[in-house]
Write a protein that binds this ligand. Structure first.
Ligand code: 0RA
Length: 645
């Protein structure tokens, strides 16, 4: 439009009208100032801007249906069944209301100061901006018994308001075609519009919003409607999740003219999803409403926890993150004069809102939880679990930190470390029992072999919370010795050994301990298994000897073979057969020769062919059912594949 001087445009227009044209020209010159970008976002923003006006009309109580249509030529129609934009001549502007609305920046308040604009789009610019950035725009107003039409080209009136046929209903229909001189794309994404309109339907319960796409040969349409508003919103967002309580927690209140709407749904996952809106605008960057919500949520749950003694298991208060684990929340706040701040102007700045949201949450959430003890209990249990896990993660981090700091000082006392410090050359034997541990310490090659004796049965990590796992002495020793941390803090590069060899007795107890250790590594240091760092030692089951000749047998057939080789059956010809019930029955030299000497030993590398299946298998095996566990212990070869080293 830069080719036409506004002042020569339309003779007869007053000074105000000239101002108007200058205003819209400014929009065309710097569209980014008004709609952010001239790319996809800006293009879609045009639709939101128009729809927001209809939403305002709906919120004022005069409209319940809005339709959006994407046409084949990339134009968009937005229509509503509201009162219709006023068509009478404005007393001071001397122009029809609808013309002012479409040609004046921030026109909304100019002729209707009493209605407060709740919606109004991201930049609150109004439909005149859409008009300025459209190659063509046509408005139809059904009002006062007649259909009125008017059209514009790039913001300029090309056909003045015309009163047409008699009509019964009321409403406004705006059709616009985004200007290709302005936008570098004209292609609307159905799903982008659908997401926004769905949000609007959820945020403004009771409004029916239709979306139709005429561009495809088969017309695509959706209708969005939510009677229950935000409660339905969170239910929709958690539709594929396992929820902790059947009905969302939802409440609304108005304080000092600030309207607060909140719905909360907990599910059994570990993520937090909080969406906040102010006057229908998604406040991605948060702000005072979110701050108020978070602090009140934390306080309310801690209060309830204290009152119901839910924290007896933990000696600390629940943190905000703990309470928000598995939470999906939508908050919608309506503020008369919102101040938007931040990089993308999506952060609420109004300081008074923080206290208001806090009060509303304290009161309503507090009451809800008191009135619904099972819901409170389920959420608190989840939060306590999260708190314990967080504490455990901290402990694990400390362990790693200590290790990198004063290494020798904090290595477990029971560890007999090796002298080399290249992890690729080093191995650690985790040995069942102190006596076998003692033999292993004496029999080893101390340059590259470390020994950590483990006393008795280690904790079943499958059935314990992370804090308990890390509170276990034997487990802590292992973590410290290995030096790579656990879970999220695990880092393979910090592993002090590239071979971690489990050495347990060849009996049921030994098999059980081995399973417990494998479960621990699987859950807490999975990468060690994935990278093939975990091995199982193969101590012999028998010693077959005659005079100075001796053989170690690892299986029954092997034993029989050696017996035969030495000339006969047991008892004949002074053949001595010893069955090892435990590692402790071997002296250090025997243990070295049979089980630890890399030249002679056989060790099995533990592999996980399918971690997901392995996970559920561990779950079954280490769970409460005794039978599968017994079977597993008898044949846990499933987990290991043979590897000669
Ligand atoms: C100002 C005053 C009145 C209605 C509207 C604006 C209005 C604007 C839009 C934009 C899209 N749809 C709309 N519907 C209504 C009402 C004035 C009156 O009737 O008293």
């Amino acid at each position: 439009m830069a080719n036409v001087s506004p002042s020569t445009q339309k003779p007869g227009y007053g000074a105000d009208a000239i101002q108007v044209l200058k205003g819209l020209e400014a929009v065309r010159r710097r569209p980014g100032m008004y709609i952010g970008t001239t790319g996809e976002n800006g293009l879609h923003h045009l639709v939101y801007e128009v729809v927001d006006n209809s939403i305002d009309e709906a919120l004022a109580g005069y409209c319940d249906t809005i339709s959006v249509t994407i046409h084949q030529n990339d134009s968009i129609t937005v229509s509503d069944n509201g009162r219709g934009i006023p068509v009478d001549i404005h007393p001071t502007e001397k122009l029809p209301g609808v013309e002012i609305a479409l040609t004046t920046l921030h026109a909304g308040g100019k002729f209707d100061k009493s209605t407060y604009k709740v919606s109004g789009g991201l930049h609150g610019v109004g439909v005149s901006v859409v008009n300025a950035l459209s190659e063509q725009l046509e408005v139809i107003v059904d009002r006062d018994g007649f259909r009125h039409t008017m059209s514009f080209v790039r913001g300029k009136t090309v056909s003045p308001l015309t009163k047409g046929d008699k009509i019964k209903g009321t409403g406004t229909t705006i059709t616009f075609k985004p200007d290709p001189e302005i936008f570098n794309t004209l292609v609307y994404h159905y799903s982008t519009l659908a997401d926004r309109l769905r949000n609007l339907a959820f945020l403004n319960g009771g409004i029916t919003i239709h979306l139709t796409d005429e561009r495809e040969s088969s017309i695509h349409k959706d209708t969005f409607y939510a009677k229950g508003g935000l409660a339905e919103f969170v239910r929709y967002l958690t539709r594929n999740k396992k929820v902790l309580h059947p009905k969302p927690i939802a409440f609304s209140a108005t304080k000092d003219e600030v309207e607060v709407d909140i719905a909360i749904q907990y599910e059994d996952g570990y993520n937090e999803n909080t969406f906040t809106f102010v006057n229908n605008i998604n406040t991605h960057e948060g702000g005072t409403h979110l701050t108020g919500f978070k602090s009140a949520l934390t306080r309310t749950f801690n209060d309830i926890a204290k009152r119901t003694n839910a924290l007896k298991k933990v000696d600390f208060t629940l943190g905000g993150d703990d309470i928000r684990e598995g939470m999906t929340c939508v908050m919608h706040v309506k503020v008369k004069e919102p101040q938007f701040e931040g990089q993308t102007k999506t952060k609420l700045g109004n300081s008074e809102v923080e206290g208001i949201v806090k009060q509303v949450v304290n009161e309503h959430l507090g009451n809800f939880l008191v009135e619904h003890p099972p819901v409170a209990k389920a959420i608190l249990e989840k939060a306590v679990g999260a708190a314990l896990a967080r504490e455990a993660a901290r402990k694990a981090r400390d362990l790693v930190r200590k290790k990198t700091g004063l290494e020798n000082a904090v290595l477990p006392g029971k560890l007999a470390d090796c002298s080399l410090d290249d992890p690729a050359l080093c191995e650690i034997y985790l040995v069942e029992g102190d006596s076998a541990g003692g033999s292993a310490k004496m029999g080893r090659n101390r340059s590259f072999q470390a020994i950590l004796p483990l006393r008795g049965k280690i904790l079943n990590v499958e059935r314990a919370r992370i804090d308990k796992i890390l509170g276990n002495e034997e487990i802590r020793s292992m973590i410290t010795a290995i030096g790579a941390g656990v879970k999220d803090e695990f880092s393979l590069e910090d592993a002090r050994y590239h071979k971690i060899i489990l050495m347990t007795d060849a009996d049921v107890d030994g098999a059980h301990i081995r399973t417990l250790l494998l479960t621990f590594f699987f859950r807490q240091m999975n990468e060690l298994i994935e990278e093939g760092y975990i091995y199982i030692a193969q101590p012999p089951l028998y010693r077959v000897a005659k005079g100075k000749e001796e053989f170690y047998a690892y299986t029954d057939p092997e034993r029989d073979e050696y017996i035969e080789r030495l000339g006969g059956a047991e008892g004949k010809g002074n053949i001595a057969i010893q069955r090892y019930k435990g590692l402790g029955e071997m002296n250090p030299d025997q243990l070295w020769r049979t089980t630890m000497d890399p030249e002679k030993r056989t060790i099995q590398r533990v592999t996980m062919e399918n971690a997901v299946e392995a996970s559920s298998l561990f779950d079954q095996l280490m769970g409460d059912d005794v039978e599968p566990r017994r079977q597993f212990i008898e044949s846990n070869a499933k987990y290991v594949s043979h590897l000669d080293v």
